[in-house]
Design a protein around this ligand. Structure first.
Ligand SMILES: Cc1cc2nc3c(=O)[nH]c(=O)nc-3n(C[C@H](O)[C@H](O)[C@H](O)COP(=O)(O)OP(=O)(O)OC[C@H]3O[C@@H](n4cnc5c(N)ncnc54)[C@H](O)[C@@H]3O)c2cc1C
Length: 450
């Protein structure tokens, strides 16, 4: 089957849908190909289970970019709730407010550790690392070596799979947590389902169950031929003048022909994967926290999401809660390969150990595996990206990259939709006025998010 559109978008996550929406609104012909057979939203989709809604990563829908805020409001005019933010850090049987409260922190740490933390904090202020090169340097400058090793770097290391001195400065984004936050009433996926519906209403196409396997560029005719495998196994071919790719950069480059010179660099890009175990039951006490970052090395869980605290629309009323225990891992490692029964047993033990939900109070569980939730940004990565960027720009002028894995950038939550909006504006204007690689809505550094 051959189908032609002006712009073909790979991936129906926030970046791809944002780009397609802008193009469809401008009356351009656009189609989105998504390999998931059932849902749009990508890593921001919402999974329903027994009346509860599970988001793979609860994050506030905040942005310093008016255009992203306008997009979200346009898509879901009455679909957001606003709450005060309550997030905590768990470390050795204690819950710390995040952002930290100095007196509470010192009380929880105890006299000896507090004294050591204060001494190393003082030292960091008198003699900071002059040119911080890594996330570890940055955290030590800000909190002192002792406190950062207790309350900041262990979480970042669990999430990223890297040592804190292998993570770049500004790891995990630069936005400071706000005192209150907005969240879609029925979960993150509702925003992107609304976006997909608008695209279709404007004449754009959304095709689920289509995995893009090959992209051939004809430099003379300036046209793309895209090979697609449907989830029923049937092959399709599409043609387009522009490609917007939000697929992982490593996969995209491997699918391109003629093969780019930077293929070898793309092969070095790495990703982190995630298993979420959702537990439905009665919590030991009322939990107001939306998310708890777990800093103990002896617990495997990295973060616990409390979905109904994000929004009452995330579950039925009543006294049952749904907690999402997030395990960060690499595809194929012990956690990823463990069976569902073993993962549920692990999550039950760890929820009980943290005093969140006792084993006997759990009524239901669900395991969700999500590949490539985080692009890994180590020091070598910046060099690989610089080569890839130059190579693609020179060889494939109508290939536009957007989104988290598309640009291999672990930025703020609004980065994916912002990069999609800017990419679409570049296509509409017929130039590359927006530098999507460095686009950010947040100018100042300094976020150590829980
Ligand atoms: C653990 C975790 C932490 C998070 N932390 C942050 C954060 O700090 N900052 C942040 O911005 N967001 C964060 N998020 C939210 C979220 O991942 C992203 O912001 C958002 O979903 C990225 O949007 P995207 O469109 O770039 O990519 P995705 O949501 O990954 O969407 C890409 C889509 O492309 C599809 N696709 C890939 N390859 C192909 C192919 N070959 N053919 C067809 N379709 C394909 C995928 O199936 C997917 O639907 C986090 C999510 C998780 C799970």
């Amino acid at each position: 089957m051959g189908q032609h559109v002006e712009t073909l978008v790979i991936g129906a996550g926030p970046a791809g849908l944002s780009a397609a929406y802008v193009l469809a609104k401008a009356g351009r012909s656009v189609a989105v190909l998504e390999m998931d057979p059932d849902q749009v939203g990508g890593a921001s989709r919402t999974i329903t289970h027994g009346g509860f809604r599970i988001d793979l990563s609860g994050e506030a829908y905040e942005s310093a970019s008016p255009r992203v805020l306008d997009l979200w409001s346009e898509l879901l005019p009455d679909g957001f709730v606003e709450h005060p933010r309550v997030s905590r850090i768990y470390h050795h049987d204690r819950f710390y407010a995040y952002p930290l409260k100095p007196l509470e922190t010192l009380a929880h740490l105890g006299a000896r550790r507090s004294a050591a933390c204060l001494a190393s904090f003082g030292l960091a202020k008198i003699r900071p690392i002059k040119a911080p090169r890594t996330f570890g340097d940055e955290a030590r400058n800000r909190f002192g070596a002792r406190l950062s090793s207790i309350l900041f770097t262990p979480f970042a290391e669990k999430v990223s799979g890297l040592g804190c001195d292998d993570m770049p400065v500004g790891w995990g984004g630069t936005a400071r947590p706000t005192a209150s936050f907005r969240y879609p009433l029925e979960g993150a996926g509702a925003v992107w389902e609304a976006c997909a519906a608008r695209i279709v209403a404007l004449g754009g196409k959304i095709r689920l169950g289509r995995r893009v396997e090959s992209l051939r560029f004809d430099a003379i005719g300036q046209q793309w031929t895209v090979g697609v495998r449907r989830s029923d196994g049937v092959a399709e071919q599409h043609t387009a003048e522009h490609i917007v790719s939000t697929a992982p950069l490593r996969d995209l480059i491997a699918a391109l022909s003629p093969a780019p010179a930077s293929l070898i660099h793309a092969g070095e890009l790495m990703y982190r994967d995630q298993v979420t175990v959702a537990l439905v039951g009665r919590t030991r006490k009322l939990l107001r926290e939306t998310a708890i970052a777990v800093h103990d090395a002896d617990l495997k869980v990295g973060r616990v999401q409390n979905f109904r605290a994000w929004s009452p629309g995330m579950g039925p009323g009543g006294d049952l809660s749904c907690l999402g225990l997030e395990y960060f891992c690499f595809e194929g490692d012990g956690l990823w390969a463990a069976g569902d029964e073993d993962l549920i047993a692990l999550a039950r033990r760890e929820a009980a150990a943290m005093g969140l939900m006792d084993d006997g109070a759990i009524q239901d569980a669900r395991v969700v595996r999500q590949r490539k939730v985080l692009p890994i940004e180590d020091e070598a990565c910046a060099e690989h990206l610089a080569v890839i960027r130059l190579d693609l720009k020179a060889r494939f002028p109508t290939l536009h990259l957007a989104g988290r894995n598309g640009l291999h950038r672990n930025g703020e939550r609004d980065h994916a939709p912002l990069s999609g909006l800017l990419t679409a504006e570049n296509i509409l204007a017929g130039d590359a006025a927006h530098d999507v690689w460095s686009a950010s809505s947040v100018p100042e550094p300094g976020r150590f998010a829980a």
